[in-house]
Design a protein around this ligand. Structure first.
Ligand code: NAD
Length: 487
């Protein structure tokens, strides 16, 4: 749309070459609060010219300042951003909730995780080291780590602040230049963070840029650009596959953080007082719109009825309301299209199994203004049901039953995905056997959803390629060079 904007509504521009730039498209993305349907911001619906200018600006900056060889500068810059985000954390949390719909308490956690991640990678910027090796008499190899060059980060809408920072921080720590394209559903929080970047003099002009716009044009232009050396993508598995193909044009490095259908496996000896609320939280946090959602629960047959009854009680006790309220346990879904998808899966679930609780859109009063859905549990499902196999990305828990450890392991691995899993047991041997047997990037034992910037995260199978967080996450953003010296 061309701009006839309400002046009171925030307007966000692209940040290119260290300047705020209006797109020549003169078109805008409107963002709405999914809890109230109120218009909350306008951001640029950029065109291909914007993408080209952004890539050139980052490229120029990468080549013409000391960023790539000055770790202390990178440390100061990332620490500076952590400080600015700390000062603004309450404002950022509010903007995140208003744009994405998650509860204000979850938004505070997300912003505080961003700050922790920035601090960790600020330190890591000063530890990007290689090694040396004697190869034969008078011959030494020096193995150095270097930045890759220009990185394109394409991020999703579900945890829009953290999933941008989770990649931005290590990419910058390693000395690269970066272009970010946030999801069109949630551009505001990303651009707000760039406003803070703009205040930090240690970032060279142009080394980090943001351009907003549709994935199908702007994201695709980044993925096919010969001037971008690596794409770091977080999002849907089908989009990830398309990005891999697009990146092949210049053998671009591609890092992918994709979807999941993660199981919580509950054995008869589990501490249910601890397990049930954490399993409930693992699927209903962010209204189930989280890649590592514990969307399958596999329960030993001897405790099945008890666990399902307790999960039902948990789900029915959640307060579903506007996430901005301190009392909210679960906010609305992020968009009409997400609501439609979840509703459709619940209709399928009714055919495939038995609804234990939920399964419907919440309506009446304030609910009519937003995209609210009931926390849902579906039982009596088999391994080949669609609600057992496909990522729903909503507050829908699929229940299955097992009778032996071997069957539990087989069921846990019976998925195209392999992002994460939870194992609930008091038996140490069993927990180790399960955690080594499960094909997933993260296995939590007697807990769930615990993430730290220093611990690697990523997917087996169709849940991704490469690792984020930790030392491996930093090394994803480095090239390796062997310098051979003969004396
Ligand atoms: P999505 O794939 O629709 O979009 C992600 C990003 O890709 C957006 O910025 C979008 O604009 C862009 N995009 C879309 N089409 C594109 C194209 N053809 N070329 C280039 N870019 C394109 O995903 P989403 O709906 O925003 O996010 C939900 C998905 O993300 C779920 O599958 C979820 O599991 C996954 N996810 C994974 C992780 C992880 O760490 N593994 C974390 C969060 C979300």
């Amino acid at each position: 749309m061309s701009i006839a904007v309400n002046k009171k509504t925030p307007i966000y521009y692209n940040y290119i070459g260290g300047e705020w730039v209006e797109s020549s498209s003169k078109e805008w993305i409107e963002s709405y609060n999914p809890a109230t349907s109120e218009l909350i911001s306008y951001s640029q619906k950029s065109n291909l010219k914007d993408v080209t200018e952004t890539i050139d600006a980052v490229h120029h900056s990468f080549l013409h300042n000391d960023w790539s060889v000055n770790p202390k500068r990178r440390y100061e810059a990332l620490l500076g951003l952590a400080g600015k985000m700390t000062e603004k954390s309450e404002d950022l949390s509010r903007i995140l909730t208003e744009e994405q719909g998650k509860t204000i308490r979850e938004s505070r956690i997300e912003i505080s995780n961003c700050i922790d991640t920035l601090k960790y990678f600020a330190g890591a910027a000063r530890t990007v080291f290689g090694r040396s090796i004697q190869l034969e008499p008078n011959n030494f190899g020096v193995i150095v780590k270097e930045p890759i060059g220009v990185i394109g980060i394409i991020s999703p809408w579900n945890w829009p602040a953290l999933l941008m920072i989770r990649e931005l921080a290590p990419a910058l720590a390693a000395g690269n230049g970066v272009i970010v394209k946030p999801a069109s559903l949630t551009p505001s929080i990303s651009v707000e963070i760039f406003k803070l970047i703009d205040e930090i003099p240690e970032f060279p002009k142009g080394i980090v840029s943001i351009v907003t716009g549709p994935g199908s044009s702007i994201g695709a232009a980044m993925a096919t650009s010969e001037k971008i050396d690596m794409i770091s993508f977080t999002g849907d598995t089908s989009t990830g596959k398309a990005i891999m193909e697009m990146g092949a044009s210049n053998i671009k490095k591609v890092a992918l953080e994709l979807g999941g259908k993660s199981p919580n496996v509950v054995f008869a000896d589990a501490n249910l007082d601890k397990a049930v609320p954490l399993i409930g939280r693992s699927i209903f946090i962010s209204a189930g719109q989280i890649c590592m959602a514990g969307s399958r629960v596999l329960i030993h047959e001897s405790i099945k009825d008890e666990v399902v009854a307790r999960l039902k009680h948990y789900a029915e006790g959640l307060r579903v309301e506007n996430g901005i309220l301190e009392t909210a346990d679960m906010g609305p879904l992020a968009s009409q299209s997400q609501l439609d998808i979840v509703q459709e899966y619940c209709e399928i679930g009714k055919q495939e199994g038995k609804i234990i609780t939920g399964g419907y859109r919440l309506t009446g009063g304030e609910y009519d203004k937003g995209y609210y859905f009931s926390p849902t549990i579906i039982d009596d499902l088999s391994a080949d049901c669609r609600v057992t196999r496909e990522e729903i990305f909503g507050p829908v828990l699929a229940v299955q039953t097992f009778s032996s450890d071997e069957e539990a392991l087989e069921m846990a691995n019976d998925s195209d995905f392999g992002l994460s899993a939870g194992v609930w047991t008091a038996d140490l041997n069993r927990s180790m056997k399960m955690s080594r047997g499960i094909k997933a990037g993260t296995v939590w034992i007697n807990t769930y959803n615990k993430n730290f910037p220093e611990a690697e995260f990523g997917g087996y199978k169709q849940s991704g390629l490469g690792r984020t967080r930790g030392i491996d996450g930093l090394m994803e953003y480095c090239e390796t060079k062997h310098i051979h010296i003969e004396t």
